[in-house]
Design a protein around this ligand. Structure first.
Ligand code: SF4
Length: 330
């Protein structure tokens, strides 16, 4: 069995949102007051998550598991979930996307539990911009978290950056210089229409083209071998002849849906066959009403089979999903 769609794509990379809660309020994600979080009874337990992961890995061909949120470090049983995922057969590659707050405490334990890779969000090096962008004063905690991840051997530590016009768009070069000096691999991500406020405006988005132009004012960029990219979202470029690289995830201006191998599971047990899906398939109810592994697997397969060719952001008929980014995950 595998998670195939009608365009010949096969999902082997599962993104699991462990919670919709977060300790930051990033402007491109949610309003300053936060959101009404998912009711606790609807959030999957650790046992339920691990059971679904076992079905995905042992029956549906999933080979990579990425834990996301909201902020996954807020989940008290995160280390145990990682350890139980690492014990699955065949063992999937395990990664995590986090805002980094709390990594100084958890990086070593996550590494020991079996975490292979980590992406940390960092959009600015300026405390005043960090406060404005996230509505919290936690830049030092994020930078310390990055150091802790590197010290724990979660290398190469990857940094995810979203540039916003009028806020941090002038920080592309300083952020790359900082990451190069620390040995982190930087990825710029075009801002996507997934914010809870539905305030995304194409004109306000900093495009991949603008990011390249900014970077090329200070570095020479050589495109990496396109074949090496495979289904990875990031286009990577050798900096000044390499071997260090920088990546750009240009979902809006240079979409990569044709080779998509991703599927998502939300914290309340819904399958999303695309980040921008407008329909979901409920596994939680099936789980809690005694469905067998085979029945759950079949339901999951059906959910992916109906995947659309792409996100449709560039179509006039595009409608932003109701579920916000914070409840979908990266
Ligand atoms: S937008 Fe959807 S189809 Fe496109 S790459 Fe992302 S998850 Fe895949």
């Amino acid at each position: 069995m595998m998670l195939a769609d009608s365009y010949g794509r096969v999902a082997t990379d599962l993104r699991v949102s462990l919670t919709d809660r977060c300790n930051l309020r990033c402007a491109y994600c949610m309003p300053p007051e936060g959101l009404d979080w998912l009711p606790a009874p609807e959030v999957l337990t650790g046992d339920e998550i691990v059971r679904l992961l076992r079905v995905a890995v042992s029956m549906l061909g999933v080979r990579e598991v990425r834990f996301t949120g909201g902020e996954p470090l807020l989940r008290k049983d995160l280390t145990s979930i990682v350890a139980r995922t690492a014990a699955l057969e065949p063992r999937p590659e395990i990664s995590l996307t986090t805002n980094g707050i709390g990594l100084t405490r958890l990086a070593g334990a996550l590494r020991d539990a079996g975490l292979d890779r980590i992406n940390v969000s960092l959009d600015t090096l300026r405390p005043e911009v960090f406060r404005k962008l996230t509505r919290r004063d936690r830049l030092d905690d994020v930078l310390a978290g990055l150091e802790a991840a590197a010290a724990a051997g979660l290398t190469p530590v990857k940094v995810n950056t979203v540039l916003m016009r009028g806020l941090n768009e002038d920080e592309a070069v300083p952020l790359l210089k900082y990451c190069l000096s620390c040995g982190y691999e930087l990825r710029f991500i075009e801002q996507m229409p997934l914010d809870a406020q539905h305030g995304w405006k194409r004109a306000e988005m900093v495009t991949a083209g603008e990011i390249f132009a900014a970077l090329e004012s200070a570095f020479s960029l050589i495109p990496d071998d396109a074949h090496a990219r495979g289904s990875a979202p990031a286009e990577t470029f050798l900096i000044d002849g390499g071997p260090v690289r920088v990546g750009v995830i240009a979902s809006v201006t240079r979409p990569f849906c044709g080779s998509c191998d991703r599927v998502r599971l939300t914290a309340d047990g819904q399958v999303r066959n695309c980040l921008f899906a407008r329909q979901e398939s409920d596994l939680r109810t099936a789980l809690r009403s005694g469905a067998t592994d085979a029945q759950i697997a079949a339901r999951w397969q059906a959910a992916v089979a109906g995947k659309l060719p792409g996100h449709g952001i560039n179509d006039p008929s595009f409608l932003q999903p109701d579920r916000p980014m914070s409840a979908i995950g990266g």
